[in-house]
Ligand binder design. Structure first.
Ligand code: FES
Length: 144
């Protein structure tokens, strides 16, 4: 078995770093053109919480299949969206101080009633998720 030369080792490390860097550079572009979809969402409705667990003006983020969902108690009632930003798929957060959904990655803002983009780079609104209430329990997804 031959020993690896110092030069070969350095070349191997360089190639590994180049491949890693290239992957890191290309991943956002791939995510932009092939955004995650909710096709991997649960087929059955998912229980979120009891209605009183999300007071007016507050939100709750829960696992929803492969991606999280966010439920917001707005002035027009409860709304549910995919929490995946339509820009580069970061997870949006609820900002109760100004009633917006906020993506911390690139300063994307969405309004809470329809999920429409207010400002920033997201190209599309947040994806709505059907929501229903049964016996005081909130459910999202499925045929709700
Ligand atoms: Fe949300 Fe860029 S990923 S604004």
């Amino acid at each position: 078995m031959s020993d690896i030369s110092r030069r070969d080792f350095i070349n191997l490390v360089k190639k590994g770093l180049a491949a890693t860097g290239l992957t890191a550079l290309l991943a956002p572009f791939v995510a932009y053109f092939y955004p995650p979809s909710l096709e991997e969402k649960p087929s059955e409705p998912v229980r979120v919480a009891r209605v009183e667990d999300i007071p007016a003006g507050e939100s709750l983020t829960i696992p929803f299949g492969r991606y999280p969902a966010i439920v917001i108690h707005t002035e027009e009632g409860l709304k549910a969206y995919s929490a995946v930003c339509t820009h580069f798929s970061c997870i949006v957060k609820w900002n109760s101080s100004d009633n917006t959904l906020y993506c911390p990655c690139h300063e994307g803002y969405f309004e809470p009633l329809q999920g429409e983009v207010i400002s920033g780079p997201p190209p599309l609104p947040l994806e709505k998720i059907p929501l229903s209430i049964e016996n005081g329990e909130i459910f999202i997804g499925g045929a709700a």
